[in-house]
Design a protein around this ligand. Structure first.
Ligand SMILES: [Zn+2]
Length: 285
């Protein structure tokens, strides 16, 4: 969750040339305009994709901008740039915005309707699930504290900021995810991460995933408890957490969940059975 490996932009010029060839002359985008677009791509990368109002007009003619906006149709599964689509989706198994959704779409980090010039720019195309793509605001935000994290260009791994709060009731368990403002984190980044949870409705969407994930751990938890008691359960949770962390990073929701469960004495001491809803509460005799 949060980050994806940065795709290569070595083919950016080739993509423009493929859609807007110089030969024969008369293409809707001139050679000079294409050079300008490549400069804008460099600016975008240097700015880590933070929106800049100057990029809306971008010094390009209205016709050039309209052509770039329309060019995104070439990034379909059968379009001239279908290889770009396939490359971006290659090896991305889970949506970087939620950490569980199946990759279906390419999200324009900067909305293509407002930033036409980045319509087919690889760094602006983030593989995402349809739900997250649907939750993305349609208008760019001017408030820096509400701007989205860039999955390619803003490395979040220096901070461990996602945590879970677990409340175990008599027959159920509630989990809520939150952002911790850790040492060294700016107020702005903290606000943007909080906004991320809110924008993608993650605390509404995580419970279903938590249920599925924990139901898959039932047999392991039982075994660990039977042979090791609370310490056995805690040890299992810790080992699972480290494995998750290695694969998905320190801010994966499963990592945060397992960390919270391992620190719950109640859960480790057997309440996992009640929390997971597969043992009735015994009445005291
Ligand atoms: Zn998603």
């Amino acid at each position: 969750m949060w980050n994806l490996p940065k795709p290569s932009i070595a083919t950016a010029q080739a993509h423009l040339d493929k859609l807007f060839p110089d030969d024969p002359p008369g293409s809707v985008l001139s050679k000079i305009e294409k050079e300008k677009i490549l400069e804008l791509y460099c600016e975008y990368e240097l700015a880590a994709g933070r929106p800049n109002v100057d990029w809306k007009d971008a010094g390009l003619s209205a016709a050039a901008r309209a052509a770039l906006l329309g060019a995104y149709s070439a990034v379909s599964e059968v379009g001239k740039l279908k290889d770009l689509r396939a490359t971006l989706k290659l090896n991305v198994n889970e949506c970087p915005y939620c950490g569980f959704g199946e990759i279906k779409d390419l999200d324009h980090h900067l909305q293509k309707a407002h930033f036409n010039c980045f319509s087919i720019f690889a760094l602006n195309l983030v593989p995402a699930c349809s739900k997250c793509n649907g939750h993305k605001p349609r208008k760019p935000r001017t408030d820096p504290k509400k701007q989205h994290i860039h999955a390619y260009l803003e490395d979040m791994s220096q901070f461990q900021f996602l945590s879970a709060e677990v409340v175990i009731g008599p027959r159920s368990m509630q989990v809520k995810f939150k952002i911790d403002k850790v040492e060294g984190m700016s107020d702005e980044l903290y606000a943007r991460l909080v906004q991320h949870l809110k924008d993608f409705h993650l605390n509404d969407r995580y419970p279903a995933q938590v249920n599925v994930f924990l139901s898959e751990q039932k047999a392991g938890l039982e075994f660990a408890f039977e042979f090791g008691g609370a310490d056995g359960v805690r040890s299992l949770l810790d080992r699972s957490r480290l494995a998750i962390r290695k694969t998905f990073g320190e801010n994966d929701w499963r990592e945060a969940l397992l960390r919270a469960l391992a620190s719950s004495d109640l859960f480790c001491a057997g309440a996992f059975r009640l929390a997971l809803g597969y043992e009735a509460i015994e009445k005291p005799r």
